[in-house]
Design a protein around this ligand. Structure first.
Ligand code: 4AD
Ligand code: MG
Length: 462
């Protein structure tokens, strides 16, 4: 079996030379002794129309088994299609059903299904148009991310999945252990982690940032692109328990440089995906979020608004909107606030900087006012925060104080403090939530619909 992909076949010229194509039947209909199969192999958003003459030898017997969902191999000739929406169609010479899909049980019978229904059949939903397009756009974005950093000389580094440091200090680690849960070994009445697999308490990483800092303070500009895990009890359309994150980290860089890279990065990958996935993006523009193509094109052309947290609180205070949570200095920005700023006030991406230290992670550089930190969030319409980043605290003593203030155990971060003891340098970085980026680009409303097999609180099917 060595048939060309449908994407290739769809761009071929009509010819009497037979070709063989493989794919899954999307729809079938019969009329006047002919059977029309739409077949698709996931290589393109468009399907290939196969025309079968039911009076021809051998075709009438096999065709009834080629129902919706079946996998088929068709040999035929490409002819100019009289129908609209396709350049060529395949006139079948022979048909082989490879795997049947019994109509009484195959779940994807209708032309359109709700996303909620499809979430329950995550193993079959990649065969729908929307999920096919989504997976190809996701792939395009991933390639664009690597292209951006590789073109700029960043080194892709691989930080650990299993870790013994809580990078965000927020206590959201999934624990990794081989201790017998029904009979935990105790020492002085507490769990004896010395007898655990690693000899100490370990978990799945929430972020590769701390390790990326060690690498940036040796290689200058690095980035990670890998999975992150958070046991946060957030049952929202923007949170997953397992998601992918892109984290650049740059030595000899401050907050302004960090924001410049973040803005250039988003614009680069938007342009990349608009250029390379035009047909898939058209699907989202047509069916999911009308106008998204024009919006993204405008984002690429327009400088991002940059304001401080204090200015954001000011703007929110002036707003007539009635928020569920009041926006006052010291409180974290809620997603309703982020939406108001990006959708109503500025109508586009906004970078907010200099948040109060109490609502941000311990590693962010303290400003001279002693109250705010050199952090930044990139907020976008519909989603709110898509990037979180900062200049890092480069002073060992200040960092030690912040670790203590945050209620963390300084001994767990001694290696991290070493980075400030030996050849410390200003450095900065940020984290982009990859699934939120996919949501932003495609307009998909629920984050569980932009990753093949979502894991969220209370749900980990497959
Ligand atoms: O703002 P966060 O928590 O920042 C960090 O993890 C830093 N260590 C990044 C850095 O400076 N290197 O997370 C970064 C981004 C968020 O802006 C969001 O887009 C995404 O990661 N994110 C999530 N995406 C999906 N589900 C979740 N539960 C997420 N938590 C964060
Ligand atoms: Mg954040």
């Amino acid at each position: 079996m060595n048939s060309p992909r449908l994407k290739t076949v769809l761009s071929m010229q009509p010819s009497p030379e037979p070709v063989t194509v493989c794919g899954w039947v999307r729809t079938r209909r019969e009329s006047k002794g002919l059977c029309f199969l739409e077949i698709n192999d996931g290589s393109a958003v468009e399907s290939l129309q196969v025309v079968i003459d039911l009076r021809a030898d051998g075709l009438a017997e096999e065709t009834p088994r080629a129902g919706t969902g079946a996998s088929v191999e068709v040999r035929g000739t490409l002819a100019a299609s009289p129908g609209t929406g396709q350049a060529v169609e395949l006139q079948a010479l022979s048909l082989r059903v490879i795997g049947e899909a019994p109509p009484e049980s195959y779940p994807l019978q209708k032309k359109r299904h709700s996303f909620e229904f499809l979430r329950g059949i995550a193993h079959l939903r990649p065969r729908t148009n929307t999920f096919g397009a989504l997976m190809r756009v996701r792939n395009g974005l991933a390639a664009g991310i690597h292209a951006f950093f590789q073109e700029r000389g960043f080194v892709w580094v691989h930080t650990p999945i299993i870790t013994t440091s809580d990078a965000e200090g927020a206590g959201e680690l999934f624990q990794v252990t081989t201790l017998p849960l029904e009979r935990l070994p105790l020492a002085d009445g507490r769990i004896d982690y010395a007898r655990d697999f690693f000899g100490k308490r370990a978990g799945l990483t929430v972020s590769g940032q701390l390790e990326a800092e060690a690498l940036a303070l040796a290689l200058r500009d690095v980035y990670t692109f890998g999975p992150a895990f958070r046991a946060e009890n957030s049952n929202t359309s923007r949170h997953l328990a397992e998601f992918w994150m892109v984290e650049p980290e740059m030595a000899f860089c401050d907050l302004a440089g960090d924001m410049d890279v973040a803005e250039a990065f988003i614009k680069f990958i938007l342009r990349w995906v608009l250029d390379r996935c035009p047909l898939d993006m058209e699907l989202f523009d047509r069916w999911i979020e009308p106008g998204i193509l024009a919006t993204l094109r405008k984002v690429v052309e327009t400088p991002f608004v940059r304001i401080t947290y204090a200015e954001a609180i000011d703007a929110l205070g002036k707003a007539q909107a009635s928020f569920e949570y009041p926006a006052s200095w010291g409180a974290d920005l809620q997603s309703e606030h982020e939406k108001h700023l990006t959708e109503k006030v500025f109508q586009g991406p906004v970078i907010v900087t200099d948040y109060p230290k109490a609502i941000k992670a311990f590693y962010m550089k303290l400003n001279d006012d002693g109250k705010t930190v050199r952090g930044m969030d990139v907020l976008v319409p519909r989603l709110g925060e898509i990037i979180g980043g900062s200049e890092r605290e480069a002073d060992a003593e200040k960092l030690r104080a912040r670790i203590r203030e945050a209620g963390l155990d300084e001994r767990d971060y001694s290696w991290y403090l070493d980075l400030r003891r030996y050849g410390s340098a200003p450095h900065a970085g940020f984290g982009l939530g990859f699934e939120r980026l996919v949501q932003y680009v495609t307009g998909m409303a629920n984050i569980r619909d932009v990753i093949p097999f979502p894991r969220a609180v209370g749900s980990a099917e497959f």
